[in-house]
Design a protein around this ligand. Sequence first.
Ligand code: C2O
Ligand code: CU
Ligand code: CU
Length: 494
Amino acid sequence: MTKEVAWSTPDRSTVAVAMAAAAAIVVLVVGALAVVGRSGSPGSLVERQNFTVQYGQDPLPSGTVREFTLTAATGVTTISGAGPTDVWAFNGSVPGPEIRIGLGDTVRVTVTNDLQVPTSVHWHGIRVPHSMDGVPGVTQAPIAPGESFVYEFTPPDAGTFWYHSHKRGNEQLERGLYGAFVVEDDVPDPYTQDVTLLIDDWLLKEDGKLDPDFDFGEDIRHNGRWGSDLTINGVRDPGLNARPGERLRLRLVNTSTARIYTLDFGLLQAVGVAVDGLYAGSPLEADGFVLAPGNRLDVDVTIPVDASGVFQISDGFTGGDPLTLVAINVEGTPVEPPSFDPPNGSVPDWSSARNWHPDRVFELALTGEEANSQPVGLAGDPEGDFRWTINGRSWPDASTHIADLGGTEKLRFVNDSSAFHPMHLHGQFFQVIARDGVPVREGHFRDVVLVGAGETVDVVVVATDEGTWILHCHIQLHAEYGMATLYEVSSAGR
Ligand code: C2O
Ligand code: CU
Ligand code: CU
């Protein structure tokens, strides 16, 4: 067994993938959903009690404090081979360093801003105390140039998360200010490799430099900025080496500001085990999974012992030729595949969620309109007079929806536009219960749901985390041009 994660450029001319006896592949067996109670806070509503008993309202700090520093500064990387690409990076690398801790660890991250502009860091998907959520104007003041901010929290959930700038994301994420954040299980399963794959796309000019128009009018009006070059962990055409028989946990994260990926695992037997950080409870179809900006999918992949050659994981979202995301180069002496049930961890049992009919429905109409007023966005940008809105209001003009702490409610996203909107709620997870009024059976949680053009998506939320949270489209140009609102979870009045 090998533990190291070796990135290399595979031989692209290796065509044949020998995979005889595919039928012999052991189909993964589903274990029963393990419900491990953590300390539930007393709740006043049945849903809250049902929920928190299994979910753990409060993190259980082990006492271990892990210190990290992240310094945001300009840097240079190589993406295209045509020439160096100027980036903004944490600690000089794109992506920034992976933060990987154990469940129960407390992190203390000192973020220093060595850029010329304000920034902030948000811990996407991690249920942090409100003041640590990293949203300028909502949970903190932006970190001014030359200043630092110390984030400290104990993540209550194990899983795959990520961190990124939450200031002018259409530019700052696009320039490279993001990284992975993994919270390992108490007792991690014995995968031979556990690898985070941060998928990004870059819009480069011919000389390899980033296209400098981060506020391009057509991108604002349509589906955001889509790139010309894909990278995984900052590398174009990455390869992952594995020996036959290895069992991999791959943590895929869509860090793109706009691009959507439809995952295709080709000849690999890939089983989805977690979505947006949380274990799914039962195996998911990984092929065809749509990974919208912000989404994560963890897959459990066993390489057959008699396999060799190159296996591709690719994207088929646009319906054109599949784009290779990562090539797994299988060679070497076979190893004995580790045998264990796919993890399903301690997740709340929301199996009844689809039967809940919360009286409260918070409807969010998602639209865009030409505002014939002053141009907004970058000073002097003549194309910036288009605004995205939620219920007719455009961030930072936003109403605050108030949810009762511990209460259940339905959120209904009504997309009255011809663009995609991957909607993201901070501070809590939700389950999708219907699309266009037709019940759907998603057993897992999410913190981002893709709402297609003209589509209506219903999700159910149990409001577990107190505070005022931002709810926004994760296409960074849509959020920057107004598609954001506030969701306040409050215990007032109860
Ligand atoms: Cu990943 Cu508010 O964002
Ligand atoms: Cu987030
Ligand atoms: Cu959008």
